[in-house]
Design a protein around this ligand. Structure first.
Ligand SMILES: [Zn+2]
Ligand SMILES: [Zn+2]
Length: 94
């Protein structure tokens, strides 16, 4: 725990959507969970500028945002219960 590893990718240097060099580490459940919870559980993803804060990026595109939230929850629930997820994030996305 404590290492900055994403639950859905092992490559933090490239954008998870397009493979271009990562510009930011995005916190998937921003607004609902604190950074410590996100980092401890790998709810972070590498993103290029376009897919982060661009017009079609996760901060503006609800579909893309939800896609990441669902994917992380799915991955988390392979090794944890729904209850544990709700305890951390407070909301179900599946
Ligand atoms: Zn990208
Ligand atoms: Zn972000």
């Amino acid at each position: 725990m404590g290492s900055r590893v994403s639950i859905i990718t092992n490559d933090l240097d490239r954008c998870i959507f397009c493979g271009r060099p990562r510009e930011a580490i995005h916190h998937v459940y921003y607004g609902t969970a604190n950074r410590r919870v996100s980092e401890a559980n790998g709810f972070i993803v590498p993103l290029c500028r376009d897919h982060h804060t661009g017009n079609g990026g996760v901060h503006f595109n609800k579909c893309l945002d939800l896609f990441l939230k669902r994917k992380c929850q799915e991955e988390f629930e392979k090794t944890h219960t729904r209850e544990e997820f709700l305890k951390l994030i407070g909301r179900n996305y599946l």
